[in-house]
Ligand binder design. Structure first.
Ligand SMILES: [Zn+2]
Ligand SMILES: [Zn+2]
Length: 219
């Protein structure tokens, strides 16, 4: 990573302090995990934060929330989903984020305990101006995100940070959302009879009376 990229991420990350205690750390981490300075990630981050605020919730540390992010893949601003993941704490590893292939810049945050949810979508005019930005123009011409001059990418982020939630987003009313009851997670391991690797007990198959992992099962 180029020193000027590292410097830019530190400085932009510090601006997260405006969102509250620890949020500079989360915002800076989001840049480093994402890997480059762009507009999509911070926009997703702000959307996640707005959703948490709307529900009156904290960033998820355990498993009590779920996010549906509508960005999908195969376009210029899928980066939004990384920001949403980092802000809400609803991470891929915890199984708390699902992506739908709508190609829209919106996310829904569900609180599993209160059964309340909120949808936050980016205002059309914000998306239009982002897609007309010099950053996206350079991306369209084939420039990698890390090769876009930092004055351009930083400018995009600073511009987004100056805007209020109301200027950036349409935030839905809070609505009820009942998730289907998920099976309890297992804390047991079994050993695959064929490859000898360990498998989460609830993911093992039985073949010819032996416990076996999914790949070895041949299904
Ligand atoms: Zn990005
Ligand atoms: Zn196996």
């Amino acid at each position: 990573m180029k020193p000027e990229q590292i410097e830019a991420m530190h400085l932009l990350g510090k601006k997260g302090a405006d969102f509250g205690e620890l949020w500079d750390t989360y915002f800076e981490s989001a840049f480093f995990i994402h890997g480059h300075v762009c507009g999509g990630m911070p926009l997703g981050f702000r959307a996640g934060l707005a959703a948490l605020n709307a529900l009156g919730s904290e960033r998820e540390l355990n498993m009590a929330k779920l996010v549906f992010v509508e960005t999908g893949t195969g376009h210029a601003a899928g980066c939004f989903a990384d920001g949403t993941q980092m802000a809400t704490g609803c991470t891929f590893g915890k199984g708390l984020i699902q992506r739908t292939e709508y190609g829209k810049w919106a996310m829904t945050l569900v609180d599993k305990d209160s059964h309340k949810a909120v949808r936050v979508s980016v205002r059309p005019e914000v998306m239009q101006s982002s897609f007309n930005s010099p950053f996206v123009k350079m991306r369209k011409e084939g420039t990698k995100p890390t090769e876009v001059p930092l004055e351009i990418s930083k400018g995009l982020v600073k511009n987004l940070l100056q805007k209020s939630d109301d200027e950036l987003f349409v935030i839905s009313d809070i609505f009820n959302y009942d998730l289907p009851k998920a099976p309890k997670p297992t804390f047991e391991l079994v050993t695959c009879h064929q490859c000898g690797e360990v498998v989460a007990a609830n993911k093992a198959r039985v073949k010819n009376g032996e416990l076996i992992c999914f790949p070895c099962s041949g299904y």
